[in-house]
Design a protein around this ligand. Structure first.
Ligand SMILES: C[S@@+](CC[C@H](N)C(=O)[O-])C[C@H]1O[C@@H](n2cnc3c(N)ncnc32)[C@H](O)[C@@H]1O
Length: 205
């Protein structure tokens, strides 16, 4: 669906919605056709999303041990501190979706020494959001909360769906816009606080 003309039209429509509640209702209507992220190699995958219909689709996959309805930003994650070996958020850090204020929650539920993987778009219309995101990521690193392992630009991140997304005066290569993947390791627990339990990884929206 994502690469089809209908898919491109849906993605394009989504990028024009900046109100968070409207955006989540949009995903509700899209959920039955959505091509779900396939997690690989994790035995206990937990997921959260702010769209009830997306959660129903995820449930139907039979992949997730646990799924929670949660609007990241206004609401805290439902899990205790230090629960997960890896926390992944893909395709949801942008204007009108998950605000940068949710980053501290992603870090909170990660185990000491665990990984946090985040992505965002680098196309012109997302640059103001990306700037705030990077300031948030950097301030946590300066505070010693985590260390950056990777900041990997990806030239062909996803297909652009509108002129606005590409930005005036820019030329997207074969219709693709760039993005970036960040990987952080949360600071280790101090000595004497015990070992790390078994692998769990939530897949965020
Ligand atoms: C473009 S989809 C990405 C889905 C998936 N991560 C992937 O890469 O295939 C964006 C998802 O983020 C969810 N979402 C957007 N804003 C959210 C928020 N503030 N809290 C929770 N979920 C949110 C939407 O419901 C939707 O399922």
């Amino acid at each position: 669906m994502a690469g089809s003309p209908q898919g491109l039209a849906r993605v394009g429509a989504s990028h024009r919605i900046t109100d968070q509640a409207c955006k989540l209702r949009f995903y509700d209507s899209w959920a039955p056709e959505y091509d779900q992220l396939q997690a690989r190699g994790f035995l206990q995958v937990h997921g959260v999303d702010g769209s009830p219909e997306m959660l129903k689709q995820a449930q139907a996959r039979g992949l997730y041990r646990h799924l929670s309805l949660c609007t990241l930003g206004p609401e805290p994650l439902p899990d205790p501190e230090g629960t997960f070996d890896a926390v992944i958020i893909v395709g949801a850090l942008s204007e009108g979706q998950v605000p940068c204020s949710a980053i501290s929650e992603l870090l909170r539920v990660t185990k000491p020494g665990g990984l946090v993987c985040l992505t965002t778009r680098s196309n012109p219309s997302n640059l103001p959001y990306k700037e705030v995101l990077e300031a948030t990521l950097d301030s946590l690193e300066q505070a010693g909360a985590w260390e950056r392992l990777v900041a990997q630009p990806v030239e062909h991140w996803e297909l652009a769906t509108s002129e606005q997304e590409m930005g005036q005066g820019t030329c997207a290569d074969r219709g693709f816009i760039p993005g970036i993947i960040y990987l952080y390791r949360k600071q280790e627990r101090g000595q004497g606080e015990g070992g790390r339990p078994s692998v769990q990884a939530p897949v965020h929206p």
